[in-house]
Design a protein around this ligand. Structure first.
Ligand code: OSB
Ligand code: MG
Length: 356
């Protein structure tokens, strides 16, 4: 699917997304999930193609013919496969959707969600100039979004933040570095302390916890971890070492709804707020993100925004829409609450494999 506008981060630029969907048939009911891996291993080690391989050759043999009472059992069945959380989440979330549809309940209720309206922010990619960035922010604020995150990298960091803060003194603003810095950049990162940011997301290495704990002690701005937290155990290590004060939860990165639910509960017990991250998902992944965002400890606006920010035509019906107060009204329909547009998905499909 071609993105309406290219999205640039410290690790590269995307013009399109190769979307890998999983359709799971469980007792005759079909559920849908999305593998959120990219085409390249620049955000995480997984790619669309590694996920395809792992799903077909290792995940499917662990599930085929298995009896289980609930989607909750799936993550344990997949435990023999180390890593590959995005591949796992594709099928795990599809089975959660199928379970909710077969019980005719909304997925968010089945998961234990507690709110019918979720707060939305936006993630704005690296722009050619501060003027361009300001225009993007004005546009998103006019649409109602509650907080703005901007992507940063060395050479595009303190200056755009200073510029935005001058124009928008009380804006809920944060930055995401996607691992573009090292501890030797601490002085540069410390300069963010003057601009009252909500948080700085993943400044250091994608697989690091310890250096973040060293950095957090030097910063007033809270650190939020994304790339380096893949489980409740990682959240425990990050919180115990003081590596962050906020955690971004992505279904793909943590391996699905069961893991996400555990992680948000663990963070709640430790008074660490979480929010739902995004991976430029199609409507299927987006709908799962909305369901997850209704869980109790999702206390901050997420990166879950309207379909039309990404796609000329989304593959679900209706598309995801955002209210003028910057929220998504959760749908009270069975499963993910949105219907896959089978005709459109068919037209966009370049490769398919049926496993049985
Ligand atoms: O780090 O949160 C990230 C997109 C692709 C890969 C990583 C990230 C992102 C985003 C976009 O920030 C969030 C979205 O709008 O889906
Ligand atoms: Mg991030």
């Amino acid at each position: 699917m071609k993105l309406l506008a290219p999205f640039e981060t410290s690790f590269g630029r995307s013009d399109e997304r190769r979307i890998l969907l999983v359709e799971a048939e469980v007792d005759g009911v079909h559920g849908w999930g999305e593998v959120t891996a990219g085409s390249n291993p620049f955000y995480s080690p997984e790619t669309v193609d590694t996920a395809w391989h792992i799903l077909r050759d290792f995940i499917w043999p662990l599930l085929k013919g298995k009896n289980f009472d609930s989607a909750e059992a799936v993550s344990q069945l997949l435990a023999p496969v180390r890593g590959h959380n995005m591949a796992k989440a594709g099928v795990e979330t599809a089975i959660w959707d199928a379970e909710a549809r077969s019980a005719t309940v909304p997925l968010w209720k089945l998961l234990g969600g507690v709110r019918e309206e979720v707060a939305c922010g936006v993630s704005i990619g690296i722009q050619p100039s501060c003027e361009h960035l300001k225009a993007c922010v004005e546009n998103e604020l006019a649409a109602g979004y509650q907080r703005i995150k901007i992507k940063i990298k060395p050479g595009w960091d303190v200056e755009p933040v200073r510029y935005l803060r001058e124009s928008f003194p009380s804006l809920k603003l944060m930055v995401d570095a996607n691992s573009a810095y090292t501890l030797s950049d601490a002085a540069c990162l410390k300069a963010f302390d003057d601009y009252h940011l909500m948080m700085i997301e993943q400044p250091l290495a994608w697989d690091d916890i310890y250096d973040h704990s060293v950095l957090q002690k030097q910063l007033q701005t809270p650190i939020c971890l994304d790339e380096s937290v893949h489980s409740a155990a990682h959240a425990r290590a990050a919180i115990a070492t003081g590596a962050c004060r906020v955690i971004n939860i992505k279904l793909g990165r943590v391996g699905g709804h069961t893991a996400a639910r555990k992680m948000q509960a663990y963070c709640a017990e430790n008074d660490v707020p979480v929010w739902c991250g995004g991976m430029l998902e199609s409507g299927i992944g987006r709908a799962h993100n909305i369901a997850m965002s209704t869980l109790p400890n999702f206390r901050l606006p997420g990166d879950v925004s309207a379909s039309h920010r990404y796609w000329a035509e989304d593959i679900i019906e209706p598309p995801v829409e955002v209210t003028p107060r910057g929220t998504i009204q959760v749908r009270n329909e069975p499963g993910i609450g949105y219907q896959p547009r089978l005709d459109l998905i068919e037209r966009l499909t370049t490769r398919r494999e049926v496993l049985f």
